[in-house]
Design a protein around this ligand. Structure first.
Ligand code: PMP
Length: 306
């Protein structure tokens, strides 16, 4: 028995009251799109802040539109529902928020032309996602899906079989995480995060045309690097061997936040420890997730009335 509530079809209901059939197409074929969002707890203020809720729900609506899982709830409805849910669950620590839009039709066949679209959101405490402060990663032999296979800018549940295969392979080989290449041999992203390299004073990250998910953290990292650190930031293709000789490599993502990579395919990156650029971006990032940087308060939605 769970005491938790979930947001289901526009209402807050007990988590145990939501049932999903073994026949659901979401379960049978992975026909769904989802998001991963964080809410950051501020101990001093005793306040929880939903982080970039609007951006995540805009991406969710776009994912749903792309795969024909349209639904009526607006971005505003979803933002409001999320705040209500966090409150109802009395979330008083950093929390992960998982919205899923799924095809709940129950006839046989992987079809998307249906009206039976459901929307559910659940919450879960999540402090650190990366198992370690510094990661050793390996390039996986699995390739990232391309735009004409399963559009990567769509955060589709089915695409995470691809991520799971990559993570399985690289974890078995002793690495902490995987890096995907594209079908065209360029560096793409991790199994659930975007990647950056720093080389000769420039911050470089693969462009959307290299089949990445257009990460919300990635966008923020680029903005912080440009506006707060005065760095030149390039979105351009990166080749595998460029990773080996980069001065710094790091991941960005909602769950992964900003996490340094100190080894790629057993090659030491820089001096084998977190680099200065990553360190500074991390500091800027964690300095704004709870509304403490006036320039970025719009990104932070307070949950509790004060
Ligand atoms: N790429 C993939 C495949 C992901 O699953 C994620 C996590 N959503 C990211 C990148 C990072 O995106 P964001 O910063 O929006 O969480």
């Amino acid at each position: 028995m769970s005491e938790n509530y979930v947001y289901y079809q526009g209402e807050l209901v007990k988590e145990d009251d939501v049932k999903i059939s073994v026949r659901s197409k979401a379960f049978n074929y992975g026909l769904g799109v989802f998001e991963g969002i964080r809410a950051y707890w501020d101990d001093e203020e005793e306040q929880l802040y939903g982080f970039k809720l609007k951006e995540h729900y805009e991406r969710l609506k776009q994912s749903a539109k792309t795969v024909n899982l349209n639904f009526d709830l607006t971005v505003d409805d979803l933002c409001r529902g999320t705040v209500e849910l966090l409150k109802k669950n009395n979330c008083r620590q950093t929390t992960y928020i998982r919205p899923i839009v799924y095809n709940d039709a129950q006839d046989i066949g992987p079809t998307l032309d249906v009206k039976d679209v459901k929307v559910v959101i659940y919450t879960q405490p999540l402090n650190k996602y990366a198992g370690k402060p510094e990661l050793s990663v390996g390039v996986t032999s699995w390739r990232r899906l391309s735009n004409n296979q399963l559009p990567p800018r769509t955060k589709a549940t089915a695409a995470y079989m691809n991520s799971a295969l990559a993570a399985l392979e690289t974890k078995r080989a002793g690495f902490d995480e995987a890096i995907f290449l594209t079908n065209g041999d360029n560096v793409c992203e991790g199994s659930g995060e975007n990647i950056f390299i720093f080389k000769k004073g420039k911050l470089i990250t693969p462009p959307p045309s290299d089949n990445i998910l257009e990460g919300i953290t990635r966008e923020l990292v680029m903005k912080l690097a440009r506006e707060e650190m005065g760095l030149e930031v390039l979105e351009r293709s990166i080749s595998r061997s460029e990773l080996y000789v980069a001065d710094e490599v790091f991941f960005s993502g909602t769950a992964m936040e900003v996490t340094p990579i100190v080894e790629v395919d057993h090659r030491t990156i820089g001096n084998g420890h977190e680099g200065e650029v990553c360190k500074q971006i991390k500091k800027l990032f964690f300095g704004l997730t709870t509304g403490r940087n006036p320039k970025y308060t719009e990104s932070c939605t307070p949950v509790y009335e004060k």
